[in-house]
Design a protein. Structure first.
Length: 342
């Protein structure tokens, strides 16, 4: 690669000496051929048509894209733009027809990049093709995953979800599959390798999912995150039961600094949780309140469903649920309402 005066670097794959369109993506320069960009992209067709009229005006400013000093600046990532270039330059028709076999080496992230930028630059033939392969690749990875082993980093799954929303792929399973995989990260131990379960008990991964849910405005994903966390910890958020049962007793610990106290022999009113082992330490007070509130709602619903005969009659006095499937359907409807109330 060659450095430019502006600390930019020329891409070692897609900076062609005979190119006639310089594009800057992050700190990387691409020198591409306009006819290739124009061939598949409506956006580039319109862009180049406008630039031709400016080039014909002697008094116009320097046209962007004509040199390294005056590139067209795109707000993509170099990685994603490079993935799109691979499809454009190998030839979409060859990929589509299966002539070029290098597509088998594409990662799921690369398919996501291609589909995303094909949507952005209005590559009408490439987007559905790339989206189909993106769905297939993610589905294959999902089917082959091992329990307890994260399939993809949370950041990657968040990118998939955001991309699906931005591109309007409402009929695609991409968002649903990615959300399911993101929720699985909640119960996966991470962080301190000396105590891998600690981060999960503190709710660090749950905190990440909740923050992301708020950023995309999805209350449903947030509720599912709380639910997944509760299921992963055995439906118990009491530190003394869930973790070590070690507490610090006021006016006692200072006298015996090296001694731990087992509350099995002490009243709960005499103790406070030992802060070092705060099992929900990664959550805010508001998030802790939501977690407790949701647990109460689900516990109440569980008790109601366990009393099937009385609950069945109580849900509607005019209808006795002799059909177990009908009773479960009503219970499921109430369960969904509970999730909404998280």
């Amino acid at each position: 690669m060659e450095n430019t005066p502006h600390q930019l670097v020329r891409d070692d794959q897609f900076y062609f000496e005979d190119g006639n369109c310089v594009i800057q993506v992050e700190n990387c320069l691409f020198n591409l051929h306009r006819f290739i960009l124009r061939r598949d992209s409506t956006v580039f067709q319109d862009m180049f048509s406008a630039s031709r009229s400016i080039e014909g005006d002697p008094g116009a400013a320097v046209v962007e894209g004509t040199s390294d000093e005056h590139p067209i600046v795109c707000d993509d990532t170099a990685e994603s733009f490079r993935a799109l270039c691979r499809v454009l330059y190998v030839g979409f028709n060859e990929f589509e027809a299966g002539v070029d076999k290098t597509i088998a080496n594409f990662t799921v992230e690369e398919f996501a990049h291609i589909a995303s930028l094909a949507h952005k630059y209005q590559c009408e033939r490439i987007e559905p093709w790339a989206l189909n392969l993106f769905e297939r690749k993610l589905g294959e990875l999902n089917d082959a995953r091992q329990p307890g082993v994260p399939l993809l980093p949370a950041e990657t799954l968040e990118y998939f979800i955001r991309t699906s929303i931005r591109c309007g792929w409402s009929e695609s399973p991409i968002r649903g599959t990615s959300e399911d995989l993101l929720l699985e990260t909640i119960s996966h131990p991470s962080g301190d390798s000396s105590n891998p379960g600690q981060s999960q008990l503190e709710g660090r991964n749950l905190s990440v999912v909740l923050k992301f849910s708020e950023s995309i405005g999805s209350n449903e994903l947030k509720a599912r995150g709380y639910h997944t966390f509760l299921a992963s910890v055995g439906w118990c958020i009491t530190p003394r039961i869930r973790f070590s049962r070690l507490f610090e007793v006021p006016n006692y610990y200072n006298k015996f600094p090296n001694r731990t106290i087992d509350l099995d022999s002490l009243g709960d009113e005499k103790a406070v949780p030992f802060q070092k082992w705060d099992s929900l330490g990664a959550l805010t007070d508001e998030q802790k309140n939501c977690l407790v509130h949701g647990l109460q709602l689900l516990s109440a619903l569980r008790r109601e469903l366990q009393r099937a005969p009385r609950a069945a009659l109580g849900l509607d006095k005019q209808l006795a649920f002799d059909d177990p499937k009908l009773f479960l359907a009503v219970g499921l409807a109430k369960y969904k309402r509970v999730l909404i109330d998280f």
